[in-house]
Ligand binder design. Structure first.
Ligand code: SF4
Length: 366
């Protein structure tokens, strides 16, 4: 999203509770992420919201900057309240862009308190680039140990072969992206341009987050994702929840052609398609991430116009892809049904026959 101390918007507990109920009963979404801004600024409401999600059997994650961990006792107290509310995963953010506002010792205190509590996982979220100053070494020194990284040099998920310990602790080590405000204040030399990531993005194709991981803004808009500040964007802002139910807006997004194009074919395929039709479109030579390219497509007036002008040419492919996905899901459901069927009961065999046949070395003996 687009966090900062100047942003004052917030949701009420009544709103959050209503959406949690709707999500639990009428959608397939099973995880609620409380992010911000800073969700703990909601005070008692945030604990009540987590408890309510837990009551509805939804798993929960909370992303915080640890402003509250002013001393060890307070760090323990807040972590305990989060555990008591039923929070599954705590994420603590630290990087060059949080440090002007939050003492790094808060992060250490929050992390040390959290790792001793009964969370499922505790993740330190750390974002770096070629010119950032708070890098891996400083983070290891702050935490007093070298924790496993979620992403390796190729930014692919590292597999940990020893889950089981609770909580699972690690660093989510991501790279800076020139999206939102960062796109205005960072230079291209501040962003790591990784060719392997570009190749991988093309292989992945459709954006896995678009609509599948929607977000609600502080003023109650449902947006397709939290890739950047998408509130008000003609493509990615789905609509105002004041006038529609969440399920209505999700259905609307499911039928929206540009969103389907992004979700099913992805920003790189869109760029390749549009560039082939008009090589003068102002695409950059390279992008640091999926979202950087997507942001350019949906905010640059010339590219956005080309997206709308050309989308009817992709209708057939998009519908075909939806049918393919439906077929795969149907097959998966059938296999799962089949696997969950009770084993066939052995038929009664009656008394053991007096004679047995033992087959040994090809000779049968009566
Ligand atoms: S690629 Fe686009 S739709 Fe997907 S998460 Fe990024 S900004 Fe959102």
């Amino acid at each position: 999203m687009n966090s900062g101390p100047e942003r004052k918007g917030r949701l009420t507990f009544t709103q959050i509770r209503g959406w949690i109920d709707e999500i639990a009963h009428q959608t397939e979404i099973r995880t609620i992420i409380f992010a911000g801004g800073e969700p703990l600024l909601l005070g008692p409401d945030i604990f009540a919201a987590i408890s309510h999600a837990r009551l509805r059997c939804l798993s929960t994650r909370l992303v915080t900057n640890a402003y509250w961990a002013l001393n060890d006792a307070r760090a323990r107290d807040i972590c305990q309240k989060l555990v008591d509310a039923g929070l599954d995963e705590l994420n603590i953010s630290i990087d060059d862009f949080h440090l002007p506002y939050v003492d790094p010792l808060n992060v250490r205190r929050a992390f040390q308190a959290a790792r001793r509590m009964d969370f499922q996982s505790v993740v330190v979220v750390h974002c770096t680039g070629p010119t950032t100053t708070f890098n891996d070494e400083q983070l290891d020194a702050l935490l007093g140990e070298q924790l496993p990284r979620l992403f390796d040099g190729a930014r692919e998920r590292t597999l940990f072969d020893t889950p089981g310990r609770r909580p699972f602790v690690c660093i989510s080590n991501t790279s800076l992206q020139a999206v939102g405000r960062a796109g205005q204040c960072l230079l291209s030399s501040d962003i790591e341009m990784d060719e392997r990531w570009e190749r991988r993005s093309r292989e992945i194709g459709g954006c896995p987050w678009a609509v599948r991981s929607p977000a609600i803004t502080p003023d109650g808009h449902l947006v397709s994702c939290c890739g950047f500040e998408v509130r008000g964007n003609e493509v990615l802002d789905i609509g105002d929840l004041a006038g529609h139910s969440l399920t209505e807006l999700l259905d609307q997004a499911d039928r929206d052609l540009p969103l389907n194009w992004i979700a099913l074919e992805g920003p790189y395929a869109i760029m390749d398609f549009l560039k082939a039709r008009d090589p003068t479109l102002p695409f950059h030579e390279r992008y640091g991430s999926y979202c950087e390219l997507c942001q350019h497509i949906v905010t640059d007036p010339a590219i956005q116009k080309a997206l709308f002008d050309n989308m009817d040419r992709r209708v057939f492919h998009i519908l075909q892809r939806r049918e393919d996905i439906k077929a795969v899901l149907q097959q998966q459901a059938e296999v799962e049904d089949w696997l969950s069927e009770p084993a066939i009961e052995p038929q009664p065999t009656g008394p053991m026959p007096e004679y047995q046949t033992t087959v040994t070395g090809g000779h049968a003996h009566g």
